[in-house]
Design a protein. Sequence first.
Length: 179
Amino acid sequence: MGSSASKNKITDQDKAILDLKVQRDKLKQYHKKLQVVADKEVEIAKQSLAQGNKKKALVSLKKKKYQEQLLEKTDAQLMNLEELTNSIEFALVEKQVLDGLQKGNEVLKEIHKEMSVEAVQKLMDDTADAIEYQNEIDEILSGNLTAEDEEDVLRELDELQQQEVSVEIESRTSVPICC
């Protein structure tokens, strides 16, 4: 339980965003209050007119106008807070993307250190040699010899026959010595 708090540290950016959102919420409450007051002034103006008190109705409409001006200012401040909050949040997302790209780049560099171009080329050459060697073995095992291989085999056969003939001649010409 206690370790989860250490995993999710609250940063200065988190605090700033929270402060902005708290201010936004306070402004929204203030906005509602101003709207209620403005609506109330309209009602007072209507009642005053109904009672024939034009002067009081005019004062109420002036108060309403003032409340509307405050509402406009509040709306502008709300817009500023929203824009700033969104900008900060987006900048944090961009920072996370940048951090991710940077870490990915570092990992890629480490991988490249482990496999140089020369090592990859040697591996590819060794692989090609091994494949070529295996193909030669496959050809020999399948009985499909190249003309050159066929000549080598026939030459080797001739050599073996010559050796056999030589051994036979030696065995015939050699006379056992007896006493």
